[in-house]
Design a protein around this ligand. Structure first.
Ligand SMILES: [Zn+2]
Length: 405
């Protein structure tokens, strides 16, 4: 009798736990699935064509690795450049800088290709055990506009399981198994490789087929990471990186230049420069939301970049960049990426004046610091049929130092 009572009690408890789990899943799964929906990105006045990454390698067609490639063609001679945002989808300055180029830029010479979510799968989920918000909002004049905050790596829903050891295919370099889903360890990619290697191969194919002169991979890093507020350049791109550094320093934008290590394999700045004719560079800005020393991660930390723990670490001399009470706001990190991109284009043209990607109608570093990102984003209601904001007045493109026009 006692055993029967105990069994019934266990059964009731089990059914209760099961019901609780089902209830939690009913709330969590629909929320998680919203991350599979891409953010709206408006085609700005300079966009002449929107292609798919699978146009350059059909092995990713129909998968969540396929993504938009925005083309901004001036129709006039010049160089061609590729901007990659969202290689690591938890580094929002790269993603938003790409969005600002798509929604504002008007090239006067040359051709610009922009992929805002280079690893589209990584944008569809968050990192485990980190408690990161799935979204953050930027205030625009027409109201808040929401963007996804994703993960460093491809979603396990698209590539699973991880091996114990990830072996980089063309070099044999061995890394932790989780790096098998890191796009920036997968270059130059493989036709018959993993999901992530196929995405890398599609980007490499685009660079080859479109004869991209300059490739810039936009990233962020934590303040305790040694390479931060920096350009990492392939050896063939070191000269233009150094010229860009001088011009940025003259504009009071402190930045470092690091040569791409020859023995660190799979990264864009190494493999794309080795495997193609492009000049390959990677930028790092400072994102306290990524670091291990941070406190709670929330929308405020992502957007405003203020953190008491990093302030304390700075006072103890433990960081590689200055970190004050004003933090490292997203608008400043985006301003840094946009200014550095244009400084690299100008540096390239200072070597070959006829090969310029002269991009007008972009906000300046100071404008972004003063007004924030919001005024340069389209209305969040544009998707519902509202008229898109008029393009920024096409400001005269300032003559850069050292540029013979
Ligand atoms: Zn990164």
């Amino acid at each position: 009798m006692n055993a029967l009572f105990k069994d019934r009690k266990n059964l009731v408890a089990s059914v209760g736990v099961l019901a609780l789990v089902v209830a939690i899943l009913c709330v969590v799964i629909p929320q998680a699935l919203t991350m599979r929906q891409p953010d709206l990105i408006h085609q700005g006045p300079g966009v002449t064509e929107v292609r798919k990454l699978s146009d350059f390698f059909d092995g990713i067609a129909g998968t969540s690795g396929d993504t938009e490639v925005y083309v901004l063609d001036s129709g006039k001679p010049g160089a061609s450049a590729l901007l990659l945002g969202g290689t690591h989808a938890n580094e929002p300055a790269g993603y938003l800088s790409a969005v600002l180029f798509i929604e504002n830029a008007v090239p006067a010479t040359g051709k610009l290709y922009v992929i805002p979510t280079a690893n589209a799968s990584a944008m569809s989920h968050t990192d485990y055990m980190e408690g990161t918000p799935r979204r953050f909002a930027i205030d625009t004049p027409a109201g808040p506009r929401s963007f996804r905050y994703g993960s460093r790596a491809t979603s396990p829903a698209d590539q699973w399981p991880d091996p114990d050891i990830y072996v980089h295919a063309s070099s044999g370099q061995r890394l932790s198994g989780s790096e098998t889903r890191n796009l920036n360890r997968a270059y130059p990619g493989r036709v018959d490789g993993t999901f992530t290697e196929k995405v890398a191969f599609a980007i490499t194919s685009l660079i080859r087929k479109e004869k991209i002169d300059i490739t810039i991979d936009l990233h962020e890093a934590s303040p305790e990471y040694p390479v931060v507020n920096a350009i990492v350049a392939h050896n063939r791109a070191m000269k233009i990186a150094s010229i860009a550094l001088l011009n940025l320093e003259m504009d009071d934008i402190p930045i470092g230049v690091e040569p791409s290590p020859t023995n660190l394999r799979g990264l864009s700045h190494r493999e794309l420069g080795d495997a193609t004719n492009t000049l390959s560079l990677l930028f790092e800005s400072t994102n306290p939301a990524q670091g291990r020393l941070r406190g709670v991660i929330n929308e405020a930390l992502i957007v405003e970049g203020k953190d008491e723990m990093y302030l304390a670490a700075h006072k103890l001399g433990r960081l590689f960049v200055p970190f004050g009470p004003q933090g490292e706001p997203l608008k400043k990190r985006v301003a840094r990426h946009i200014s550095t991109t244009q400084a690299v284009f100008d540096a390239y043209a200072s070597e070959m004046p006829e090969r310029h990607v002269l991009v007008g109608a972009m906000p300046s570093y100071q404008e972004l610091l003063d007004k924030g990102i919001g005024p340069y984003l389209q209305s969040p209601k544009t998707a519902a049929g509202a008229a898109p904001r008029a393009p920024q007045q096409l400001a005269e493109v300032p003559e850069r130092r050292g540029l013979a026009q």
